[in-house]
Design a protein around this ligand. Sequence first.
Ligand code: GDP
Ligand code: MG
Length: 185
Amino acid sequence: IDSDQQRIKLAVLGAPGVGKSSIIRQFVNQEFNAEYIPTERKHVYLPSVIINDHLYELKIIDCPYIPYFPVNSLYEWTDFRGYGLRNATAYILVYDITSEESFQYIKNIRDQILESRDMHDVPLFVVGNKHDLSDERGISRREVASMVKKHWKCGYIECSAKCNWHVVLLFKELMKTIDHIDYGH
Ligand code: GDP
Ligand code: MG
């Protein structure tokens, strides 16, 4: 019985244009579109996938642009709730490796998530997309990796939605961190 509540809810967040929709579509539909079509409204994908020899019913939420509002502002809660993000099983924070600014954006989003819910045992997973453009890298991989792993204590991977490189691996690694959680039921 395929109850929606049993699905593992993954919220994909990041600045506009970093490749959130592309990563999801590559993973779910094995397709890539070079044209940029901004995500105007929330999209929900409900794939059933076998990862690490285990069948997962996923609910992947592709969000439109969520402006960063200062913590404790009125908007913060409505946005977070409006997109059904408060009870996500895990958050995938995507930045574009050619854009330092897009990394700052996920730093802010992370602060916002941390202020909005008890994050005990809620995995964050940081994804540096557009690895195929590594000649135009705007932020050092080592810098991000050490900061994310040491200070944020969460998973980190670089991928390319365009080349379908490390996209499946990203979900494999993420599900490993989710499997370590004891949900208490
Ligand atoms: P979103 O706003 O975060 O959902 O970003 P999109 O998935 O719509 O992608 C924004 C633009 O970046 C589109 O033109 C995509 O074709 C392009 N894009 C996405 N992923 C990659 C990638 O891995 N490499 C390159 N070179 N372009 C990408
Ligand atoms: Mg999008």
